[in-house]
Design a protein around this ligand. Structure first.
Ligand code: PLP
Length: 442
């Protein structure tokens, strides 16, 4: 309430479109977080995007730190990617038959992520994680899975679950429409809690098909799995014969060329997950995702093996063209050094601006992914993330939005910097934040 917008936002056209959308599309959106429910106000309807910016229906420009929730690592409309997509479109949209580009994309991914010997392309991260779980269950003949509170792995039934009342009990659904029986095999544990992890394995280890984890959890803003915690995850999975599944839908090719798994391998000798789910960057903004891992497990998939999985649009030729062009750009020398430095500059600039205004603040980043909290210390788990002052976050959010800076409209989502974000964009963002922090502290 005591915040003065940096500029008065004009949302007349977005308001009108939102009203029209709400008549036909539940909440006016095709994915809930877009509705601005947590922060209030009108979601901006996007007209077009280029580089680090998008323009809304009212013609206002925003510096975009969402980048389609992760895929747009090169920024919007990168010329090489646009050219590849244009060429692909002229050759046909979809065949439902194999293509050379699918093989090329698979070769590229396998080259960059040594833990993946074989993979399959799908169209969304949800499909990737859902299929990995089926495969892990098929491979082990076990039913139970472990996930962690605050990690999001898409919206398949078995993963829409929160912690039960104790370790001996399994989770309860977080969505209506998910029968309790469907999540009765999902054990939900606290992120970064080694003792609880050990207890869960000692109670249920022989029944656990897989442990799925976001290695840097971007769905509780930005929380890293600690090295000792990850080491223990690996050891316990190996000891009990469960598969360690990295959900790198967000972190894959975003935090490093080798994904988050390459960062853990730097600290834990020989570290590798058994299976990995990928999405977002590998499609460069087109519907594309993948899951892969060891050959022995992947060969259990149909048509070779008995675990069924399929998709009409899987390996879509336009999406593979977009993904391949994107993956080739990010392999250019120095790409991640520059992206990482720019992202660190952003977090550092915001941290200094907050300190000057006397606002509690901390942030972290890896590659082109970042998070920040209106908290004095980086949280280690979901419960701590959620101690953030929600109303203060929302006031800050709207001040930033009014100043032309767009990031996730919820305090538990990560942010993304692209290669198109310039030093000038970062400086402009920090300058808008300075005013926003000052208005928070008055
Ligand atoms: N896994 C993670 C870590 C994600 O962040 C997401 C989406 O944000 C998903 C899975 C689901 O991917 P999709 O939205 O493509 O279904």
């Amino acid at each position: 309430p005591n915040i003065k917008p940096v500029t008065a936002p004009n949302t007349a056209r977005s308001d009108a479109l939102f009203e029209r959308a709400k008549k036909l599309i539940p909440g006016g959106v095709n994915s809930p977080v877009r509705a601005f429910k947590a922060v209030g106000g009108t979601p901006r309807f996007v007209q077009r995007a280029q580089g680090a910016y998008f323009w809304d229906a009212d013609g206002q420009r925003y510096i975009d730190y969402i980048g389609s929730w992760g895929p747009m690592i090169l920024g919007h409309g990168h010329p090489t990617v646009v050219e590849a997509v244009q060429k692909a479109v002229l050759e046909g949209f979809s065949y439902g038959a194999p293509t050379e580009r699918e093989v090329e994309l698979a070769e590229e991914i396998v080259k960059l992520l040594p833990s993946i010997e074989m993979l399959r392309l799908v169209s969304s991260g949800t499909e990737a994680t859902m299929s990995v779980i089926r495969l892990a269950r098929g491979a082990t003949g076990r039913s139970k899975i472990i996930k962690f509170e605050g990690c999001y792995h898409g919206h398949s039934d078995a993963l829409l679950v929160k912690a039960g009342s104790g370790l001996a009990t399994f989770g309860s659904p977080t969505s209506a429409g998910v029968p309790p029986e469907v999540v009765q095999h999902t054990l939900v544990l606290e992120y970064n809690h080694i003792a609880q992890l050990e207890e869960a394995f000692s109670l249920h280890g022989k029944d656990i098909a897989c442990l799925m984890i976001e290695p840097i959890a971007g769905n509780m803003n930005f929380v890293r799995a600690s090295i000792p915690f990850m080491k223990r995850c690996r050891e316990l999975c190996t000891q009990y014969g469960a598969l360690l599944v990295f959900d790198e839908v967000m972190t894959g090719f975003r935090v490093a060329l080798g994904g988050a798994q390459s960062l853990y391998a730097q600290s834990i000798p020989g570290f590798k997950p058994d299976m990995t789910a990928l999405g977002k960057v590998i499609g460069g903004g087109m519907p594309m995702a993948a899951f892969g891992g060891t050959r022995a497990v992947m060969e259990l998939l149909a048509p070779l093996g008995s675990v069924y999985q399929a998709g009409t649009l899987s390996g879509n030729p336009v999406a593979t063209a977009c993904g391949l062009a994107t993956l080739r750009e990010i392999q250019k020398p120095g790409f991640y050094d520059a992206l990482g430095a720019r992202t660190r500059d952003l977090v550092q600039g915001l941290t200094q601006a907050a300190a000057q205004a006397g606002v509690p603040f901390c942030g972290d980043s890896e590659g082109g992914m970042f998070g920040f909290f209106l908290l004095g210390q980086l949280p280690q788990n979901y419960a701590t993330v959620m101690t953030t002052d929600g109303p203060a976050f929302n006031r800050f959010y709207h001040a930033m939005l009014a100043g032309g800076v767009y990031y996730a409209p919820a305090l538990y989502e990560a942010g993304f910097v692209s290669a198109a974000h310039s030093a000038q964009d970062i400086a402009e963002t920090v300058s808008v934040a300075r005013d926003a922090f000052n208005s928070l502290s008055t």
